[in-house]
Every structure is written in structure tokens, then in C-alpha cells.
Design a protein around this ligand. Structure first.
Ligand SMILES: Cc1cc2nc3c(=O)[nH]c(=O)nc-3n(C[C@H](O)[C@H](O)[C@H](O)COP(=O)(O)OP(=O)(O)OC[C@H]3O[C@@H](n4cnc5c(N)ncnc54)[C@H](O)[C@@H]3O)c2cc1C
Ligand code: FES
Length: 331
């Protein structure tokens, strides 16, 4: 059976490309070498929004955070999460002439080669790609865990090898993480990488890294980069979790931070035991004594949305500029 394809034309440049039935517009453009702007790849940032000038397209992720009722009325779509239903003419709302160097995004076949248990329902997954994984520390991959089941996971290791390391938590009864934890070692999935904006900026400002739960994954990668590059900036790392058995990779993080010329690690547990010497409370409680000094820092933040939102509010209240805060909200 031959697969149907649709022709998509860019209204502003006249460039065209083909999209196979069911394929995403952004992915097809990338494979065809046609540059369309994007950043998150999953429907949250809105960078890839286009106006559908002619034809019909279908949104594949109805709850995409970047979409609202006004977009639907104005025939705007996120190309990372939509497919054509006919030939299309589209007009990007955000125009750029060339790919961003930090987003050399490509498709990979990824074979699961190892699963390491780190803590309560939290594992480190190692996937072997066919070639070298090109990304920046702090970025993430989108895994196609099953047909139409795509989820984002951040790399916890440095680029430069064909092995990609991810740290993920299993949420019972929820499709994406359950499917990841069900994958047999030896099985292969499709993986797109890299995506995201949480890579380390150069400069002289102090660096603050804040992780909540599995947000430790990209933060570990960023600390590794600071260590490996011999970075001299002062670095403070904050890491919060609910209980000790969810504070995974703490020792690994501590030994990396020890290797920084001026590094400090602060932990926060909601329920700390008698032996816990860090903050008992939220990661925002651990941050509080240091907030005044942070207005002058570059800040990187990853974890569950309530934690990311709470930290951003706190930072804004302490005059940290928006453009100094780079974050991945895990939902
Ligand atoms: C940038 C980013 C980085 C992340 N990094 C990690 C990590 O390193 N480790 C980790 O454990 N978790 C990470 N997550 C969270 C992870 O992607 C899943 O949301 C989480 O595993 C729960 O998925 P679930 O299906 O089990 O639960 P569910 O509650 O069913 O998942 C819902 C979430 O899945 C996402 N989603 C739903 N539909 C789609 C779709 N069609 N396409 C894309 N996304 C969709 C949305 O974020 C939504 O909030 C990250 C999330 C993001 C956005
Ligand atoms: S919404 Fe972010 S790239 Fe599509």
C-alpha cells in the first residue's frame, strides 16, 4: 500500500516539502531540510506556531500548553504537534532564516541497553544510538515509546558518545512512564534529540542549578560539564525530593560538586529522617537564605511544574531577570 503524502508550502518563502500521512509537519520539514523555527518540540513553547493559510491540519496533542482558543479561531497551529489533512499553505508567526546551532535535532533509532535502579520507582536508562548523540548538556530527547505515545526525557550525561543516559520516574497507571519502564532491554524505539533551551551560558556570573525530583537528570549533566571544562565560576546546586529514597544520585552529585573550585550543594527533603542534615522542607525553603545574592546569577531549573513555578515566582520577587532563568518544567 502506498502511503499518501501532502505538500506543504511556506507562504513567506514559497519553499515546499512533503509530509507523509500521520507525520508531524515540523519533523517532515526538518527531514526535508526546510528550516522552520522550533524549540521545545512537544507543544509548550509556541515557537513553531504557524497560521494555516490554505488547507486543513489536525492538532495531535489537544492539550498542548502553547495552544489557546484564540489560536484555533485564527487557524494557528503548532507544527511540532500537528499533521496535514490536505495540501497546506502555512505562514510561520516567528521568522528566522537559519537553524539555531544548539538545536541540531535529528532522528535516531535507540536500543535500550541497560536499566539501573536508583531509588523508589526511579531508574537510569541507557540507550545505544547508531551514531554519536549530538546535544548540549541540559537538553532533552523526545522518545516515541509506542505509536502516538511521545514523552520528553532529559539527558543526564555529557554528549559525545553513542550512549544516551536518562533518569526517569515511574508513575503508576500513567501511560508514558509505565511504557518506558516496561521496555525490555534489547528493544528499540525512535528518539529525537536534542530539544530545549537549558544549556549552559558562558560568562562570569555565578551559576545556580536547581533540581526537583528527576529534574536532577539535566542538572547532573550541567554539573558534569562545569567539572569537565574546569569552569571557575562559583556554583550552587540545590536538589529537593520528597523522601531520601527519591533523592537519587545524591552521592554522585556531591562528588562532582566537590570537584568544582567553588561549588556548594544544598539538599531539601520534605520528609527527612533523623540522619538528614539538609533542609527539611521544599527546595524553595533551601533557596531562601541565598536569594538576595541570586539576582546576579545565571539560573538553571528543572523538575515538576509546581516546583518550577514556585521557584520562578520566588526568583522574580528577588529581582532575578527572566532572561537569566533557564528552565524545563516536566509537564
Ligand atoms: C522538557 C521535559 C523534560 C523532562 N525530563 C524528564 C526526565 O528527565 N525524567 C522524568 O522522569 N521525566 C521527565 N519529564 C516528564 C516526562 O516527559 C513525562 O511527563 C512523565 O514521565 C509522565 O508521563 P506519563 O505519561 O507517565 O504521565 P502522564 O500524566 O500521562 O503524562 C502527561 C504529560 O505528558 C506530556 N504529554 C502528553 N501528551 C503528549 C504528547 N502528545 N506529546 C508530548 N508530550 C505529551 C505532557 O507533559 C503531560 O503533562 C520531562 C518533561 C518535559 C516536558
Ligand atoms: S510548541 Fe515548542 S516547538 Fe512546537
Amino acid at each position: 500500500m502506498t502511503m499518501r503524502t501532502y505538500r506543504v508550502t511556506l507562504a513567506n518563502t514559497g519553499e515546499t516539502f512533503e509530509v507523509g500521512e500521520g507525520d508531524r509537519i515540523l519533523a517532515a520539514a526538518r527531514r526535508a531540510g526546510v528550516w522552520l523555527p522550533f524549540e521545545c518540540g512537544w507543544g509548550s513553547c509556541g515557537t513553531c506556531k504557524v497560521t494555516v493559510v490554505e488547507g486543513e491540519a489536525d492538532l495531535l496533542f489537544a492539550e498542548a500548553p502553547a495552544m489557546d482558543a484564540r489560536d484555533a479561531r485564527r487557524r494557528r497551529m503548532v507544527t511540532c504537534q500537528s499533521r496535514p489533512l490536505s495540501d497546506l499553505v502555512i505562514k510561520p508567526t516567528w521568522v528566522s532564516d537559519e537553524p539555531r546551532p544548539e538545536l541540531p535535532t535529528a532522528d535516531h533509532k535507540a536500543q535500550l541497553v541497560e536499566v539501573e535502579e536508583l531509588g523508589l520507582q526511579i531508574c537510569r536508562f541507557r540507550f545505544q544510538l547508531e551514531g554519536e548523540a549530538v546535544y548540549r548538556a541540559g537538553q532533552y530527547a523526545i522518545l516515541e515509546l509506542a505509536p502516538k505515545l511521545r514523552r520528553c526525557y532529559s539527558m543526564s550525561d555529557l554528549p559525545g558518545s553513542p550512549v544516551v543516559e536518562l533518569i526517569a520516574k515511574r508513575y503508576e497507571g500513567r501511560p508514558g512512564s509505565e511504557q518506558l519502564f516496561r521496555l525490555p532491554v534489547g528493544s528499540s524505539i525512535n528518539m529525537e534529540l536534542p530539544y530545549g533551551d537549558m544549556w549552559l551560558r558562558e560568562g562570569l556570573r555565578p551559576v545556580v542549578l536547581i533540581a526537583g525530583g528527576t529534574g536532577v537528570s539535566p542538572i547532573l549533566a550541567l554539573v558534569r560539564q562545569l567539572v569537565e571544562s574546569g569552569d571557575q565560576r562559583p556554583v550552587r546546586v540545590f536538589y529537593g525530593a520528597t523522601t531520601q529514597d527519591q533523592l537519587v544520585c545524591w552521592d554522585e552529585l556531591a562528588s562532582l560538586v566537590d570537584r568544582l573550585p567553588s561549588g556548594r550543594l544544598h539538599g531539601a527533603l520534605l520528609t527527612g529522617g533523623d540522619s538528614w542534615v539538609g533542609t527539611t522542607g521544599l527546595v524553595t525553603d533551601a533557596l531562601t537564605p541565598y536569594l538576595e545574592a541570586m539576582a546576579d546569577s545565571d539560573i538553571y531549573l528543572a523538575g515538576p511544574p509546581p516546583m518550577v513555578n514556585a521557584v520562578r515566582v520566588l526568583l522574580r520577587e528577588h529581582s532575578v531577570q527572566f532572561d537569566r532563568i533557564h528552565y524545563d518544567s516536566f509537564g
